[in-house]
Ligand binder design. Structure first.
Ligand code: F0G
Length: 299
């Protein structure tokens, strides 16, 4: 932020950190849920989008562009509308859920559907940005990371200190990089960060993290080397089980990708006194069809 940066806000941030008492954890293990789905457009993306769009306005941009599995798109569309900019969203055919597409369409943003994967959509978005003179608001935009790191600062404030373990879904890796940066800058460099990716990145039913190649992979590895922690892969069945237990056991309805955070940590194996934060990145209403898609084993 500089004195000439406008404030563009929909009321993002200050999300609840809820104690989860009923998730099956070893005795004395504290589990907390950082509920990022209560942000204005229903995902953590709003934290960084508020700043990225404000900086685009400051730079005199006319339009912003992103490639997305849906949540970045919904957030970019809303914040661009708020700021009076045009938004252009590129997505893979069959990628984003219908709820996320509805969030984009209602703003009048321009949707560009391509055949291919998220990686192809990202390449197309970069080309479009060049051609149209639009600002890219994917997490490769450093303002996105600066905004998103506020979640780490909030957790430190809400817990009165650092968690021992922080688990979060790992798609492109921007959010992992943002948390690591936030904790480091708050003076807490060392904790176990667990980025959880889908075992089958290219085809997971958790559409938000259906990203074949994480653009931030090298930075994620650097961050883990500094902080501690390691990348974990989980199957779609493990995601489905975690997703159901968050709703049934805790009353928290998140989207499937978010449940990867729970699926990636064996809570029953942790030592007494361990404090774990699971970052639930998106709201369950983002993807209600998951209820039919994520069948219970045996049903
Ligand atoms: N959780 C949700 C709900 C997401 O939408 C995403 C990414 C992630 C986790 C992964 O975060 O990419 O920073 O590692 N969604 C992007 C999008 C790709 O287009 O909405 P990451």
């Amino acid at each position: 932020m500089s004195p000439s940066t406008p404030i563009v806000t929909l009321g993002e941030g200050s999300t609840p950190l809820l104690r989860a008492a009923r998730l099956s954890a070893a005795p004395g293990v504290e589990v907390w849920l950082k509920c990022e789905g209560v942000n204005p457009t229903g995902s953590f993306k709003d934290r960084g989008m508020a700043l990225a769009v404000a900086k685009a306005v400051e730079a005199g941009a006319r339009a912003v562009v992103c490639a997305s599995t849906g949540n970045t798109a919904a957030s970019a569309a809303a914040y661009a509308a708020r700021a009076g900019l045009e938004a252009i969203v590129v997505h893979a055919a069959g990628g984003p859920s219908s709820s996320k597409l509805a969030q984009v369409r209602v703003t009048g943003a321009r949707l560009v559907e391509i055949e291919g994967t998220f990686d192809d959509a990202f390449a197309a978005a970069e080309e479009l940005a060049e051609r149209e003179g639009a600002v890219v608001v994917n997490s490769t935009n450093p303002d996105r990371i600066e905004g998103q790191k506020t979640a780490a600062l909030e957790i430190v404030e809400q817990l009165g200190g650092l968690p021992d373990v922080l688990a979060l879904p790992y798609g492109g890796g921007g959010n992992t990089v943002a948390y690591a940066k936030g904790f480091l800058e708050a003076g807490f460099p060392a904790l176990e960060i667990v980025p959880v990716e889908a075992a089958d990145r290219a085809a997971t039913t958790a559409s938000a993290i259906r990203i074949p190649t994480p653009v931030h992979r090298a930075e994620v590895e650097d961050a883990l080397a500094r902080s501690g922690g390691a990348i974990v892969s989980v199957t779609d069945d493990e995601i489905a089980m975690a997703w159901r237990s968050l709703a049934r056991g805790e009353g928290v309805f998140c989207e499937p990708a978010s449940a990867a955070a729970l699926a990636g940590v064996d809570l029953s194996s942790l030592a007494e006194g361990t404090r774990v934060v699971l970052v639930l990145t998106g709201h369950g209403l983002k993807d209600p069809d998951a209820l039919d898609r994520l069948r219970e084993p045996g049903s």
